[in-house]
Write a protein that binds this ligand. Structure first.
Ligand SMILES: [Fe+2]
Length: 273
């Protein structure tokens, strides 16, 4: 199964038409089975931005699943920050369930869990409500024989090149990693930092390894204009970052994580630059 991991589109911020069109064309040419967007789909959570973002994703022609980011809470509506149940009403009206997403492909034997990590105040660290965490633990214990992946906005793992006040991980990062390693969730797709990174965590006491795809912000200037193509083959994961360079998106790396212990660059690493 081939998925495109996108994040932090910040639709509504000044984005060059060339870049937007190039991303659309690149996604179409990559022909993923599914688009996964790990939050901050809009820049300010306005209706027009949600409409624009959804129209863009639909124009790619592949199914898509999303989770919200902190930018989906309207900056102009203080009450949405003060009362979490009011938050992201517009998000839900455009993208459906905001707290828990369960996507199962029986054809590819893949199950994807999407969680809302947005905490109303303060919004930046992010957290997972206890009930949602229990839901994830219970659901991910099932699906034997399926490849399991989690996607959410806030980082479970800190991202290289983002050491700042805003660099801290999700406040429940340890517990989420604990559940992933116990229930053989092989892949985490996260956003928020606008930096592209591909990592693998090895937890020897559980003989567990978790691959982490941390997406950039493919449309934004001054950050990593990168999204990831993720191929899932049985328990092997291949991540290929694609970066906006010279007016088009090109593959700038290829990282293969086989079921065996060692991860390595792909033997057929086809860097385009
Ligand atoms: Fe963002």
């Amino acid at each position: 199964m081939k998925v495109a991991h996108l994040s932090d589109l910040h639709m509504g911020r000044t984005i060059s038409a060339e870049k937007l069109e190039s991303l659309r064309e690149d996604l179409i040419s990559q022909a993923p089975h599914l688009l996964i967007v790990s939050g901050d789909i809009t820049d300010r959570g306005s209706t027009s931005q949600f409409r624009r973002a959804k129209a863009f994703l639909e124009s790619v022609g592949a199914p898509f699943i999303t989770v919200p980011g902190n930018r989906e809470v309207s900056f102009g509506a203080v009450w949405e920050w003060l009362f979490p149940p009011l938050s992201m009403r517009r998000y839900s009206s455009y993208f459906g369930a905001k707290d828990r997403v369960l996507f199962v492909s029986d054809e590819h034997k893949v199950v994807l869990f999407g969680l809302n990590s947005v905490h109303a105040l303060p919004s930046w660290p992010g957290s997972i409500p206890r009930a949602t965490r229990y839901w994830f633990r219970e659901k991910s214990a099932g699906f034997q024989g399926y490849f399991k992946a989690l996607f959410l906005h806030h980082p479970v793992l800190p991202v290289i090149r983002s050491s700042s006040f805003w660099a801290h991980t999700l406040s429940d990062a340890g517990e989420m990693l604990n559940i992933c390693s116990q229930n053989r969730v092989r892949l985490i797709m996260q956003g928020h930092k606008h930096r592209s990174a591909v990592m693998e965590v090895h937890i020897p006491e559980r003989n567990a390894r978790v691959v982490v795809s941390s997406c950039g912000a493919p449309l934004m200037p001054f950050w990593d204009s990168i999204y990831h193509i993720v191929e899932i083959r049985s328990q092997t994961v291949v991540v290929r970052p694609r970066e906006f360079l010279g007016g088009t998106y090109v593959q700038t790396g290829c990282y293969e994580f086989p079921d065996e212990f060692n991860s390595a660059h792909c033997s057929s690493d086809k860097q385009e630059r």
